[in-house]
Design a protein around this ligand. Sequence first.
Ligand code: GLN
Length: 486
Amino acid sequence: MSDLHNLSVKALASLLQTKEVSAVEVATRFLARMGGNPHNAFLDIDSEVTLAQARASDAKLADGTAGPLEGVPVAHKDVFVTREFATTAGSKILSGYRSPFDATVVQRLRTAGMVTLGKLNCDEFAMGSANENSAYGPVQNPWDTARVPGGSSGGSAAAVAAGLAPAATGTDTGGSIRQPASFCGITGIKPTYGRASRFGLIAYASSLDQAGPMARSAEDCALLLSAMCGGDIDRDSTSLDMPSEDFSASLNHSLEGLRIGIPKEFFGEGLHADVRAAVDGALSEYEKLGAKLVPISLPRTELSIPVYYIIAPAEASSNLSRFDGVKFGHRAKDYTDLVDMYKKTRAEGFGNEVKRRIMTGAYVLSHGYYDAYYLQAQKIRRMIADDFQNAFKECDVIAGPVAPSVAWKFGENANDPVADYLADIFTLPASLAGLPGMSVPAGFGAGNMPVGLQLIGNYFKEAQLLNAAHRLQQATDFHLRKPEGI
Ligand code: GLN
């Protein structure tokens, strides 16, 4: 079968269950494609480990103990700790680090039968929107290698778009699943905060971090999300004590009468015309499917940028204090005493963006500034969440662009961190509110680059979002298009 790498998770799972292909055959094909590390998408590959997992899957398929996704490959963003692969979070400070345990999400996907292809490049500690902040070099966008793949889950998005993995995990703190999915023309969903366990997910901003799947279609995302979710209360106290759902079961519900809220703040000045055209196209498809478009307002959209860029760095400055060279990771070679060791280790180990955020975070939390910045930001965060609840009185889901533009060229924003921050405007509100959000391919814009439509649902409405995305994907073929030569 020559096009194994282009098959969906669903198709691969069924070929494996009926033994038309073996897990070893599938893994071998993907490992061959990963050779030479195209697009710099991977940070760790170990074919021995992958093949051993695939052989174990074949044994389970043979003896009838196979999981639902047995033998289907997946690759993990490098912020999920893994026993069998190194974990760096894209940082020099964790170079060569190996965890003694697997993250819950990794472990659950293994239990469902998935075979691990390796670890995926990302912005250092998931801080960024272009994957230009990885200590191990940027990832290229498979649609145009002169452009960024988005971030911070850039390796995940590029790997799926380039047919190096049928699916990947990502994390989304302020848009890091949705925006790279949009930039690379794939589908990704960030579930409600607390749906997926954060245990073993290297923390960036704990009140925002959430794991989710990235794949070619909503149907495939549903399969992975069902396997990933579920309470893990003993190991992550913020995980929701509720069982996962079979998200595939509700994929064919009619959209007749669905009220789609269109926030006017998402369609203002900053939105590029090409993105707007693609998003409008998707919205008229929804009208054809029986949905009604309802104008709504999310009045504090603009404030989500300063609010997020206070809260996320504040939490990061605390979370990243554990990287001190004492127990794991990089340690500076020459130092005079303990404090000197801390200073040199952290100065050498962290990149500029991470340092910038640690300093911002320490500043907004410091005595005398806490009330003016951090506390104020928390209050506005609450108001942003309330705005959504008001909006959901008038609509069932909210739709808009994922990002103001298509993927930009390397270097365009590299010396202007604020330009990157501003580009997060449409993904930050749902993150601050803890709502589920997804990106669905909606067309192509400037430079023939993919454009994603963002769908935001109310708490726990992942099934509704995935259904809405799936229906669009039955009516359009944007998610089936591939970069040339894939
Ligand atoms: N671009 C945002 C940031 O840099 C979001 C990143 C993320 O979701 N991990 O923080």
